[in-house]
Design a protein around this ligand. Structure first.
Ligand code: APR
Length: 315
């Protein structure tokens, strides 16, 4: 039997993620949204691409209510990907979204858990570190079954900029960006290699710094161009990579927003760290040997996330 994935929010990222997953062919997808007909229309359009592209996955769309009704079709999902919420507008920080999306995520997670008590949840909605902590809190799930997407996207941006700069394939840039998904994210140039060679041997420090700065502002750069809405091609690619890792039990080592309990000196908080992602969800938090300044930057980033979590006043 094919795996079942539900995607909450049929906007730019949710629909693109649905497309990427059904085209892989190993899972059926239920797409939901509160905008009447949006999920149904996009799901049907996607389904009609199957004869051309040659996949067997089923995809259906359903309209849910803002108070969490209409989730029956998501029942028994193996994986639920939450993209519902309000995206950033120009000039808005991810943190400005906190209170609006807190309400959305609380309702959505309750409805999801009632239908799929054994699923794994991936959260995309921003501010993602706080929203993932909220999903963990509301779901009552073990932390390994709740994970957020941020680090794969931030790392992909960093790898892209380095590959463009060096004229090499992005596949040959190996790197990790840790920390919260915001201005305090922590790219690790000392853990970055290009075809096995250390980055520091290939680029001068000031150029590396400029690329790190562009990475930090990577989301904003796109929001500035688009004016309405934010990035979705790379975010949906990141979500699909996480779905592969979980549903195909790939045991990938990927930077994800995961619950840290003492590792890196951080306690009881969702923040971006390398994890082993497989059928069990977050099967392990990987501890890199970080230099003192990298560790300090990661802890500062965790402090910024903690401030957001405290602002949600979870009891
Ligand atoms: N339940 C289901 N869907 C909802 C709900 C809800 N309670 N509230 C909003 N939505 C839907 C919207 O109707 C919209 O179709 O979520 C969708 C979000 O899609 P987009 O606005 O296109 O945003 P997108 O670019 O996909 O980004 C998704 O990721 O970048 C973050 O925080 C950002 O919330 C944004 C999310």
């Amino acid at each position: 039997m094919r795996k079942k994935v539900s995607i909450i929010g049929a906007g730019q990222t949710g629909a693109s993620t649905a497309q990427r997953i059904v085209e892989r062919g190993y899972a059926d997808v239920v797409l939901t949204d509160v905008v009447e007909g949006l999920a149904e229309g996009k799901a049907l359009d996607l389904q009609e691409s199957a004869p051309i592209l040659g996949f067997d996955s089923r995809v259906i769309g359903v309209t849910t209510t803002t108070d969490g009704k209409g989730y029956e079709a998501t029942a028994g999902s193996d994986l639920v990907i939450i993209t519902s919420g309000v995206p950033r507008k120009p000039g808005m920080s991810r943190d400005d979204l906190l209170s609006i999306n807190q309400q959305v995520i609380t309702t959505v997670v309750k409805a999801v858990v009632a239908q799929s008590p054994n699923c794994i949840i991936i959260v995309l909605t921003n501010p993602v570190d706080a929203m993932t902590q909220l999903a963990y809190h509301v779901s009552g799930f073990p932390s390994r079954r709740v994970v957020g997407q941020a680090g794969i996207l931030d790392t992909a941006r960093y790898r892209t900029f380095l590959a463009l700069e060096l004229g090499v394939s992005p596949r040959d840039v190996e790197a990790y960006v840790l920390g919260g998904h915001g201005d305090t994210m922590v790219p690790l140039p000392d853990h970055t290699t290009v075809g096995g060679r250390p980055l520091r041997a290939l680029l001068p420090p000031n150029r590396i710094e400029e690329i790190i700065e562009r990475t930090r502002r990577g989301g904003e750069e796109i929001v500035r161009y688009l004016k309405t809405g934010s990035a979705f091609y790379a975010p949906s690619a990141a979500l699909a990579e996480m779905a592969d890792a979980i549903l195909l039990d790939q045991k990938r080592i990927l930077p994800c927003c995961a619950y840290v309990e003492g590792q890196y000196g951080i306690q009881g908080l969702y923040v971006g760290v390398p994890v082993k992602l497989g059928a069990g969800g977050v099967e392990e938090i990987i501890e890199f040997a970080l230099a003192p300044d990298e560790l300090a930057a990661l802890r500062r980033s965790a402090d910024a996330v903690r401030a957001l979590v405290q602002a949600m006043k979870l009891s």
